[in-house]
Design a protein around this ligand. Structure first.
Ligand SMILES: Nc1ncnc2c1ncn2[C@@H]1O[C@H](COP(=O)(O)OP(=O)(O)OP(=O)(O)O)[C@@H](O)[C@H]1O
Ligand SMILES: [Mg+2]
Length: 257
């Protein structure tokens, strides 16, 4: 198994609070890795560090054999490291299609989109991109909503659009922060199926959640975070049997069993 992403000693504090403290793990190409832990464990901070939204105080991130520690999000996106947000982030006043296009350009040349669109080569590129977006919108059942204003869509649809935006950037590693939070059981099942299909397309995934049952049915391996540190790491079976994990989870109502 070749390693696509590797972190070592990754750390980030806010004031005196050590949100992520010395986190080390690797993700193999083609794997679905679950990052789990109770509220405030540091999951989103870890994703923010890996996606360049914030910079670490210490530690390294190596992606596809190259050190990428501290690079900004659009550089990382161009290299294939892309994430979605826990609270859905869409451009609320723009159409669904415009939102998806922005995702596609995140993987190209952010900030210079208008100039880029002017050239002939760029127009061919744009057609190719539009085809891909049409396919993604259809995949997520949003094809009839391309001209709808994104902010007017129901929550579940906005979450789907968040996935479309991320996939439009052609990720090699996609990080999903709580992809089923706030969804009804039926919608959550659809997202599970979608994540499996994304992997079948050759995309490696890190999926954040605090729901053990959801994550253990989906992931090849889990990294459990607690107070910013690794509590356990292994297959879902190994992790679910880990006494430290059980102690951290039982009584919190997450249902480790
Ligand atoms: N920008 C910030 N400024 C100050 N403190 C922060 C910031 N971001 C996160 N924290 C703190 O860092 C800790 C870890 O937060 P984080 O959002 O990473 O947890 P999480 O595991 O994603 O939790 P949840 O399950 O609630 O989403 C929390 O105590 C949080 O309050
Ligand atoms: Mg979070």
């Amino acid at each position: 198994m070749s390693r696509l992403l590797e972190t070592s000693g990754l750390s980030r504090s806010f004031g005196g609070l050590r949100a992520v403290a010395g986190l080390s793990f690797a993700v193999a190409e083609g794997e679905i890795l679950g990052l789990i832990g109770p509220n405030g464990a540091g999951k989103t901070t870890a994703i923010n560090l890996l996606s360049g939204v914030i910079k670490p105080n210490a530690g390294r991130v190596v992606f596809a054999g190259e050190e990428v520690t501290g690079l900004p999000p659009h550089h990382l996106a161009r290299k294939g490291l892309v994430r979605t947000f826990q609270s859905t982030v869409v451009y609320g006043h723009r159409t669904v299609r415009e939102n998806a296009l922005r995702g596609a350009f995140l993987g190209l040349y952010p900030g210079v989109v208008p100039a880029f669109l002017g050239t002939l080569r760029a127009r061919a590129r744009r057609r190719e991109t539009e085809d891909r977006i049409a396919e993604l919108l259809a995949w997520f059942g949003l094809d009839h909503l391309g001209e709808a204003i994104a902010g007017s869509l129901p929550y579940g649809r906005q979450k789907s659009l968040g996935m479309v935006i991320a996939l439009a950037a052609r990720p090699r590693l996609l990080m999903l922060d709580e992809p089923v939070a706030g969804l009804a059981a039926e919608e959550a099942d659809q997202v599970l199926e979608t994540i499996r299909r994304i992997r079948q397309r050759g995309v490696t995934l890190i999926v954040v959640d605090h729901n053990m049952r959801f994550i253990s049915g989906l992931c090849d391996r889990l990294v459990v975070l607690h107070h910013g540190q690794e509590l356990a790491q292994g297959t879902p079976q190994q992790v679910l049997a880990d006494s430290a994990v059980i102690a951290a989870y039982l009584g919190r109502g997450h249902g480790a069993a």
